[in-house]
Write a protein that binds this ligand. Sequence first.
Ligand code: PRP
Length: 214
Amino acid sequence: MRYITIALAKGRLAKQTMKILGELGIKCEEMEDPSSRKLIFTDEEHGLRFFLAKANDVPTYVEYGAADIGIVGKDTIVEEGRKLYEVLDLKLGKCRMCVAGPASAKELLDNGSLIRVATKYPNIAKDYFHNKKHQTVEIIKLNGSIELAPIVGLSEVIVDIVETGSTLRENGLLVLEEVCPLSARVVVNQVSMKMEQERIGKLIEDMRSVITRE
Ligand code: PRP
């Protein structure tokens, strides 16, 4: 039997996903060993293979079919814009993509000023400002600690993930606009979906039953 390969975004999401799979009897003890540097793990009994990848790379592995299934945040799926099927909302890691900044930036957003927007998500920010709001802005790509940008004067606002809101609060920033709600999703390669319809379909339905039970 051919393995079904599942790419997991490294970190908390991978651990929470393994918990869901654990309830289905799918276990991968090897993956739980913190000292291991191994990247790929198998569950022979269920014909499954797992690997951990950087979140941004998960949609790439799935689009090319190197993984049949991927588990990754909606933010990454939208930002990467890969060709795949999004089949299930795991309702994990719920948060929001927002435009944030100091209270004084509200006016700049309302009157459509030419502002600078710092973000780790340039495609999401571009789509929001250009296509949805029809506001011309300059997008500045950063790789982390985005909240710094308006504080040090790199940009007027940011587009970033807000979960509890404490990072914004502790840095004197506010949510100014909401772009979209986010959570972890299951994505499937378009060819695998046809070729392995039965096995993949069953796995997804089983995962759905675990999350609706909780
Ligand atoms: C994310 C996000 C915010 C923070 C939001 O950053 O970019 O900075 O979490 O969470 P909160 O609303 O609960 O405070 P992350 O910790 O992933 O690191 P990063 O700054 O390197 O992107």
